[in-house]
Design a protein around this ligand. Structure first.
Ligand code: VG1
Ligand code: CO
Length: 543
């Protein structure tokens, strides 16, 4: 085994976004593209000499080949050890858990998460730090700087490492420990939840469908739900991870998990349905004839957390991303605990969790998690719901009704305009930004603007400031409109329009969210001129 030093030149655009670097798969397969970025990670974090890393991915096209490159480059730069999931598979939360449990210095997750995969799909690389969480901006900025000055990378000349089967092998002087991707994670779930109660729930005839969307959670869900908890065989569908996710779009929402939605809304609906995304950190929760928005899910879990053994002592605080609805805020108020609003992306929750200021966190994009790891965690959220239902002995629909009666209902929806011309999208944001100073006090679509700001976040733990995190417009009565551009897309710009309206009148709790939100939708159009500026008559995706 010979270490090769390969001269290279900076490649433009290797800037990590909301969650790592994401590009079209062929871009990642391009000359030195992956090697440059991996070397820039090593350079950005001060080298990997003597360090222990965790490595795994969601199994999408190019996952195996990329894992081999990372192993060779880790060995060439003097890493002591890499703990890798069998066949280079690890869900994002499982990787986060392994980093923490083994005291590793960090980890590489190969995933473009909810983005489609395959030869023409997307690929991604994410670096997680020693706390198990996505590298904070201070680190991703250093990595990006390193991509701009790179002159060479180091890689070992060697055969591929066999990753089928657990055990320990050497690659040069570096140890590689191949682990079962599911075992440690399943162990952790058992420590958190009341498995006996959930087992009893299934024994009583409670039925469930879990759509793994041919992504990484299939083996996790089979093991935990079907084998450990006794949910019937066939509970988990699309359970085999495929490199192209079976040509699906592994984003668990009513649009992309339509098969599951149809079953849950049909005559023979099971009691409970759930789905997860490409890398297993997102969750969709749906009861019989009752879809739960992610923002509501966070609020319900917070309100019922003490039913779960790990949270029986109460929550230290909760946190949500700024665009996420305020439903959880009112639960926090009721519990007398702090509620933080952070910019979009899980990396902003890390400090709050590390400092013990928050126990539960969540995002409107189907992400929920807690201090058990430092990532959002799809299956954990599903088990949380099962634990709550097992203790409450009620249906999802009943639980939601009771919750809204106690706290009011935050109608919520997100409208996405995908693949929009980047200049047009920036111009739209500029147009709204220019109105922020004058909007307050004016009437728009029958509502009065109460506040208008560009969201900036001052991290209460390390004092760092993150600016330009979305345009937020509040209306009298509690309605809210947020506009921001996505940081995970790979084509043009994606405009996200977040819409929220608070309803406290119980006779108004059963409306179609799009109907309830009509005034906010009209206000968005009036303020931002979305139709003319994007050239679209309607959103591509409504969740
Ligand atoms: C989106 C979501 C955000 C989430 C991120 C990563 O980011 O809005 O809430 O944290 O994806 O999720 P953006 O910048 O496109 O809005 V995952 O499951 O794709 O890692
Ligand atoms: Co994900």
């Amino acid at each position: 085994t010979h270490i090769r030093t390969v001269p290279t030149e900076p490649i433009e655009g290797q800037k990590p976004g909301t969650s790592g670097l994401r590009k079209k798969t062929p871009v990642f397969q391009g000359h030195h593209y992956l090697e440059n970025f991996i070397q820039s990670i090593w350079n950005g974090i001060g080298g990997v000499e003597g360090k222990t890393l965790v490595l795994g991915g969601d199994g999408r096209h190019f996952n195996s080949q990329a894992a081999q490159v990372v192993l060779r480059m880790a060995a060439a730069s003097g890493a002591k050890k890499v703990i890798v999931g069998e066949r280079a598979l690890l869900s994002t939360p499982a990787a986060s858990n392994l980093i923490r449990k083994r005291g590793a210095d960090g980890g590489i997750i190969l995933s473009a998460s909810h983005n489609p995969g395959g030869p023409e799909g997307d690929f991604g690389v994410k670096y997680n730090a020693g706390n198990g969480g996505p590298a904070p901006e201070a680190i991703t900025d250093k990595i990006f700087e390193a991509t701009k000055t790179i002159t060479e990378f180091k890689i070992l000349d060697s055969q591929d490492v066999g990753l089928a089967g657990t055990g320990t092998v050497m690659l040069g002087d570096m140890e590689i420990e191949i682990v079962d991707p599911v075992a440690d994670y399943a162990e952790l779930m058992k420590e958190i939840f009341d498995f006996d109660a959930i087992h009893a729930l299934f024994r009583s005839g409670f039925s469930m469908r879990f759509d793994a969307m041919h992504a990484v959670t299939g083996p996790y869900a089979r093991m935990i739900l079907e084998e450990e908890l006794g949910a019937g065989p066939g509970t988990v569908i699309n359970a085999i991870p495929l490199p192209d996710f079976g040509k699906g779009h592994p984003d668990p929402n009513p649009i992309w998990a339509k098969t599951l939605m149809d079953e849950m809304m049909g005559d023979h609906a099971p009691d409970f349905g759930a789905a997860s995304d490409g890398d297993g950190d997102r969750n969709m929760i749906v009861g019989k004839h009752c879809y739960v928005t992610p923002s509501d899910s966070l609020a319900v879990l917070a309100a019922n957390a003490t039913l779960v053994p790990a949270y029986a002592g109460g929550l230290k605080g909760v946190a949500r991303s700024m665009p996420t609805s305020g439903a959880v805020d009112r639960v926090a108020e009721g519990l007398g605990i702090d509620c933080y609003a952070t910019p979009t992306g899980w990396k902003f929750f890390g400090n709050l969790l590390d400092a013990g200021r928050a126990t539960l966190c969540g995002e409107e994009s189907a992400g929920t998690g807690s201090d058990h790891v430092r990532e959002k965690d799809g299956l954990w959220a599903v088990l949380f719901w099962l634990n709550v239902l097992a203790k409450k002995h009620c249906s999802v629909a009943e639980l939601m009704e009771d919750h809204w009666k106690a706290y009011g209902r935050n109608y919520y929806s997100r409208h996405d305009y995908e693949g929009v011309d980047s200049d047009a999208a920036s111009a739209l944001m500029d147009h709204v930004r220019a109105q922020l100073g004058t909007l307050p006090g004016t009437a728009v679509a029958g509502m009065t603007v109460a506040s208008a700001e560009e969201f900036a976040y001052d991290d209460p733990v390390d004092g760092s400031r993150s600016e330009k995190q979305g345009l937020q417009i509040g209306f009298e009565g509690g309605a809210r409109l947020v506009l921001r551009l996505s940081g995970t897309g790979t084509e043009g710009a994606t405009l996200r329009v977040y819409l929220e309206k608070v309803e406290t009148d119980p006779t108004q709790f059963a409306l179609d969210p799009q109907v309830a939100l009509a005034p906010v939708i009209a206000a968005a159009e009036a303020i931002a001129g979305i139709k003319t500026r994007t050239g679209r008559s309607e959103p591509d995706v409504i969740t």
